[in-house]
Design a protein around this ligand. Structure first.
Ligand SMILES: [Zn+2]
Length: 300
């Protein structure tokens, strides 16, 4: 878990990290979150001379932000945790709850790589692929909290089965995990990962180039669908695969450019905030709470 005390401009004043303790089960994780937040609040009073005005928390999986529920997370094992209510009770502060990728996207769009872009799309290429649709400084969650799930756009109809129930989903081809698997199989090196593949691409290995281009073609197909629907000004790409830098971005820009016809070519930029994006975004969510804005404006 990453946590921070965050000023009104989004700047972190104090940062900390702690283990979730997920090996002790979902209740322990919830208690760890509550305790971490309470300690952070106490740190603000002790070392910064004032209490936090609000708290924001972002969690993985399925999140119902309106009702303040952490609905489901496969890797944490929880279901329908009323996290906002629990935190509000523990901290005595207004609390905002968000989804990790959408919250990370919010931070990238507002204070990271998007630099305040009015329309952006953030894509995280990690174990899976998820996205966040940024509109006027906010992130669109959709009617049911599923907006932006670009990883499950079908790019290869009838292709590789996906745990979501479809076949040929983008994340089966272009996630960091998919590239790692493909490169481990092709290179014959168990445990070889996407970063190894990128290094092999840089050193001119033709087998690596083939694996890499296969992923880039799928990614470009998926991104063009997103561009067609959303017309973003900026396309921000993060997650493990984006750490390959120009090895990813140069051929990706070319592949997208080759596919578009009437669509406008957006700025395609690497994410800037790394693994702190979700944490910083949670802080922005807290500052965005209407009660907090009122408080700030009321303070002379
Ligand atoms: Zn899928």
């Amino acid at each position: 878990m990453k946590a921070a005390l965050i000023g009104p401009d989004g700047a972190p004043l104090h940062q900390a990290r702690r283990a979730t303790g997920r090996e002790h089960g979902p209740d322990a994780v919830v208690e760890a979150i509550l305790g971490f937040a309470a300690d952070l609040r106490a740190h603000g009073i002790a070392h910064l001379g004032e209490s936090a005005a609000a708290a924001g928390v972002s969690v993985p999986g399925i999140v119902d932000a309106d009702r303040g529920l952490a609905v489901y997370a496969a890797n944490l094992g929880w279901r329908d945790v009323p996290l906002r209510e629990l935190l509000t009770r523990r901290l005595g502060l207004p609390v905002a709850l968000g989804h990790d990728v959408r919250t990370g996207g919010l931070a990238e769009g507002r204070i990271g790589a998007g630099q305040g872009a009015d329309r952006f799309f953030f894509v995280a290429l990690g174990t899976g692929i998820a996205g966040a649709i940024g509109v006027d400084g906010r992130v669109e969650a959709g009617a049911h909290g599923f907006a932006g799930e670009i990883g499950h756009i079908v790019v290869r109809p009838g292709g590789t089965p996906c745990p979501c129930g479809q076949r040929g989903c983008l994340e089966r081809y272009a996630s960091a995990s998919a590239v790692s698997e493909a490169w481990a199989a092709t290179s014959g090196t168990p445990g070889a990962d996407a970063a190894d593949c990128a290094r092999a691409v840089d050193s001119g290995d033709p087998r690596a180039r083939q694996v890499w281009q296969h992923a880039i073609d799928a990614l470009a197909d998926g991104l063009v669908t997103a561009l067609t629907l959303l017309d973003p000004r900026t396309l921000i790409i993060g997650g493990g695969l984006a750490e390959a830098g120009d090895t990813l971005f140069t051929p990706l820009r070319t592949a997208v450019q080759q596919r578009i016809t009437f669509q406008k070519f957006p700025d395609i930029v690497p994410a800037a905030l790394g693994d702190t994006a979700g944490c910083l975004g949670a802080g922005l969510l807290a500052w965005d709470l209407p009660t907090v804005t009122d408080l700030t404006e009321a303070t002379p």
